[in-house]
Design a protein around this ligand. Structure first.
Ligand code: HAM
Length: 421
């Protein structure tokens, strides 16, 4: 028996409707904010993530699914969406069009992590990227969009934490201070962080190793180093958030696990789902376009883990949509009636009614049992007399009420069904 790979999950039919519900709400909010969907490849050239996400990050150093194709090209299953979106934006010259460009995506991502509740090796993200705007109003817009999704889904008690990572200039000074601090504590750092000390000391703040975490607690805060412009940007972002009625806490320890961020970074964290508590994370990445292309273009966005979002909703006992039952089950007695039922189902479906027929030559009793288990809202039985007269009894499965219907007048039948909705 071949089982699914560790860290992957089947989303079975008794659960998939919850995903559809959440995705529909997300798409509705994106429409309200006028974000358009982008779809892009599941795998990209490995170099895209090395350069985009950063080769000193855990994601790139430890977690990527990288393979060589038959032409010996190194390809990687996307561990996240931002690098792919930016690649596409640059490749298609979208920066030449109207800006800002506001994009969203619903994708699966792949990271070789130790699986646990809320942490998978294949997981799903809803993400947005707002490209072309350096203004703090955009930072607040993107955060508001995430917030609107939580509100519309009824999710409570998410804590928004924000920070500023500054620009390259202020980061230089902070980096020096970090290097001095971590060098003094070098012995307590893990091997990876000792290497990071030279190349990218800020990554140490994000290390999952307990001893590194302990040391990082007292590391110099970026907020003590940010320049006037970055500080103004951060203050204005906060003012926009307050104006939008969004509560937040400034937490200088959030550095995010990916290298492309500058200025604002943020996370929505839940107290309801255990250790993997970050439901949504994002920030600004004004240098990424230059890193991947030959252009300067501001950008920012976030991604929400859909598995974690659904875990929070479950923990909070939230109503997650409803599996849409079949409108009408057309039972049949005998092979002639089965053919008739197929024709009737085709006409009903064309009229916008979902219809099911017997596909297994079941007895009438078994067919009705099946209809019941499917939660069919109506049923109709086709036998010899129904075929002869063209009339049948449409039964409302919930009330038992029967309506005499003309099988040749599907419009009238659909009116009865739609009226009962
Ligand atoms: P990230 O923080 O790496 O950011 O991931 C975003 C979200 O994806 C996390 O907050 C979490 O909910 C979910 N997630 C990450 N890893 C896993 C996993 N192994 N299993 C389940 N869920 C997971 C990014 O990916 C950035 N691209 C976000 C962004 C977009 N920043 C700017 N634009």
């Amino acid at each position: 028996m071949i089982k699914m790979p560790r860290g992957t999950k089947d989303i079975l039919p008794d659960e998939s409707y919850k995903w559809q519900y959440v995705e529909d709400v997300i798409k509705g909010v994106c429409r309200d904010f006028n974000f358009k969907e982008i779809r892009f490849p599941t795998f990209e050239h490995t170099e895209l993530f090395q350069r985009g996400v950063g080769d000193t990050t855990d994601v790139v150093q430890k977690e990527m699914y990288t393979f060589s194709d038959k032409d010996n090209r190194s390809l990687t299953l996307r561990p996240e969406g931002t690098a792919g979106v930016m690649r596409s934006f640059v490749e298609h010259g979208l920066y030449g069009g109207a800006l800002p460009l506001k994009l969203f995506y619903l994708i699966s991502c792949f990271r070789y992590e130790k699986p646990q509740a809320g942490r998978l090796r294949e997981f799903h993200q809803f993400g947005v990227e707002l490209l072309g705007s350096p203004s703090p109003a955009s930072d607040a817009e993107v955060i508001s969009l995430a917030n609107a999704i939580f509100t519309r889904l009824g999710v409570r008690d998410l804590h928004l934490i924000i920070n500023s990572l500054g620009c390259r200039d202020c980061r230089k000074e902070h980096s020096k201070a970090l290097k001095a601090y971590f060098t003094a504590h070098k012995d307590g750092l893990c091997d990876t962080c000792r290497e990071r000390l030279e190349k990218n000391p800020m990554r140490i703040i994000d290390c999952k190793n307990e001893s590194c975490k302990e040391i990082a607690k007292d590391a110099p805060s970026i907020l003590d180093y940010i320049c006037g412009e970055c500080s103004d940007h951060f203050e204005e972002t906060k003012r926009h958030l307050t104006a939008a009625g969004i509560d937040f806490t400034v937490d200088p320890t959030i550095v995010r696990g990916l290298d492309y961020y500058s200025k604002t970074v943020f996370e929505f964290v839940s107290g309801d789902i255990g250790a993997q508590s970050t439901v949504c994370g994002g920030g600004r990445y004004d240098y990424l376009a230059r890193e991947l292309g030959d252009i300067d273009c501001a950008g920012l966005g976030f991604a929400m883990g859909l598995e974690r979002l659904l875990l929070v909703m479950e923990a909070q006992g939230l109503y997650v949509g409803e599996d849409r039952p079949c409108d009408v089950y057309i039972a049949s007695m005998g092979s002639e009636a089965s053919v008739y039922a197929s024709g009737l189902a085709a006409k009903m479906r064309a009229a916008g009614i979902s219809a099911e027929t017997d596909l297994m030559k079941k007895s009438l009793k078994a067919q009705m049992k099946y209809a019941d288990r499917q939660g069919a809202r109506f049923s109709v039985v086709i036998g010899e007399s129904e075929m002869e007269t063209g009339r049948a009894q449409l039964k409302n499965m919930a009330t038992g009420e029967k309506t005499d219907i003309d099988l040749n007048d599907v419009t009238a039948v659909s009116a009865v069904i739609k009226e009962a909705k």
